[in-house]
Every structure is written in C-alpha cells, then in structure tokens.
Design a protein. Structure first.
Length: 135
C-alpha cells in the first residue's frame, strides 16, 4: 500500500533552507540525525506537465521527473503579508490560468511558488484510505 509522498528539494544551502521551512513556514519536522530535517507537508496534489526544454534529473543512473514546489493557500495576499513580516521576499502576484501566484525567495537563492488556485483540486476528496492507490 502506498502510504505517502516524499519530495526532495535540492538546495545550494540546505541548512538555510531547512531553517526557512522550520522557522518561517513552521512546518512540523523530525531530525533523522545530524540535522537532516524531514518536514511534514500540508495536503498535497500532483499534476503531470510536459518536460518541454527542461533537463531531466539523473539520480543513481536513472532519469527522474523534474518538479517544482508550489505551496497553495486560500488567501494569497494575507500569506504574503505574513511572510513579508518575517522578512521573506515575495514577488508581486501574477494572475495565471491556474490561479494567482507569487514567487518566494529562499535563503539559498532558490525559489518556490506560493499560489491561490482557481483550478479544480482533489484535496477535499477524502482520506488516504479511499484515495485509490495501490494496495
């Protein structure tokens, strides 16, 4: 049975970005040893988009899917105000076909998306027990 999803974020300054997820976003976490923090995520969804001109990630000799991390919210303006009060840089919001998005700068210099979706979302479809994964 599939029990969850583990997302790996590659960073040029993992300690600083871990502190961001821990202290700024206040995600719950466990320390797997030596400061290797693993964070609990809010409910998640996955969409598959065309690769386009993006370079695939190679890990252990195999091509992996590329991914972006986009945090979803239901009030983009208030979340951006909260982040700015914590000295976090957010771009001006931009309307897109899927919703309104701002880009959040991480301490490493990398970026993640923060958006208020207007697209349909499966997040309210029920518990893990009924989500239709392999059993």
């Amino acid at each position: 049975m599939i029990t969850g999803t583990h997302v790996v974020v590659y960073s040029s300054d993992p300690e600083a970005d871990r502190a961001f997820f821990r202290d700024v976003l206040q995600f719950r976490w466990v320390d797997d040893g030596g400061g290797w923090l693993i964070f609990a995520l809010p409910p998640s969804e996955v969409a598959v988009h065309p690769l386009g001109n993006n370079t695939p990630i190679v890990l252990a000799g195999h091509q992996f899917l590329g991914a972006t991390l986009n945090l979803m919210c239901d009030d983009l303006e208030s979340v951006m105000k909260l982040l700015k009060s914590k000295n976090v840089s957010c771009t001006d919001p931009v309307k897109q076909p899927f919703g309104t998005i701002s880009i959040v700068r991480l301490p490493s210099g990398g970026s993640i998306g923060l958006y208020q979706p207007t697209h349909k979302t499966p997040l309210g479809l029920g518990s893990m027990e009924n989500f239709g994964a392999l059993q």
